[in-house]
Ligand binder design. Structure first.
Ligand code: GLN
Length: 193
């Protein structure tokens, strides 16, 4: 299995090492042709406005949209979740969205005072044996929050009563950074490895 990791900006190197720890190969995706022979894709965290500019500059937006629509496994974390949401609230006017997941997400939803924190995320038992019922260590960095979940969206992880990890079809989105921990369960779930 070959996993593409969008490598324009942000926390992509940590994703590469998680995927390699899980025994899959990785491809750093910087141009449309890099997506040609990958089986799954990760859109990392970072800064969605900067990522959006990089995507525009590299001429990759349509290739990314087709990849997401193809039904291949996709994991979007933090800014990656913002870019994959159908609707981005508090985005910049010129920010482009990959879209594909029927959610609305608000950028920087936790405000200045708590702009970064760690908290236990309760994973939902999806029936996948890879998820034992112990909390996932959630690293939230200027995190966004889901404000609307479409009907076919399933919640995969909760922070109290707030959905912080969701899945729709073959796409998993987290508002936190699973790549910054040693816990590989969400990568395994999202990528099917
Ligand atoms: N606040 C960032 C944004 O709007 C996301 C933060 C992150 O990815 N850690 O893009």
């Amino acid at each position: 299995m070959k996993v593409g990791v969008l490598a324009l900006q942000g926390a992509f190197a940590a994703h590469v090492s998680v995927v390699e720890r899980l025994g899959a190969r990785t491809v750093e995706v910087r141009r449309p042709e890099h997506l040609a022979d990958v089986d799954a894709l990760i859109i990392p965290g970072g800064e969605s406005t900067t990522l959006s500019m990089g995507i525009e500059r590299s001429g990759m937006i349509e290739t990314l949209r087709s990849f997401v629509a193809s039904g291949a496994p996709v994991l979007g974390t933090c800014a990656g979740a913002i870019l994959l949401a159908q609707e981005c609230l508090d985005g910049r006017d010129d920010q482009i969205q990959i879209t594909g997941v029927d959610v609305a997400i608000r950028r920087n939803a936790f405000g200045r005072q708590v702009d970064s924190f760690e908290a236990d995320v309760t994973l939902v038992d999806t029936g996948a044996s890879s998820i034992p019922p112990v909390p996932f260590p959630g690293v939230f960095i200027r995190a966004p929050a889901f404000e609307r979940l479409g009907e076919s969206v399933e919640v995969v992880g909760w922070l109290g009563s707030e959905a912080v990890a969701i899945a729709e079809g073959s796409v998993v989105l987290t508002t936190f950074h699973p790549e910054l921990t040693t816990d590989t369960r969400l990568h395994a779930l999202a990528l099917g490895i």
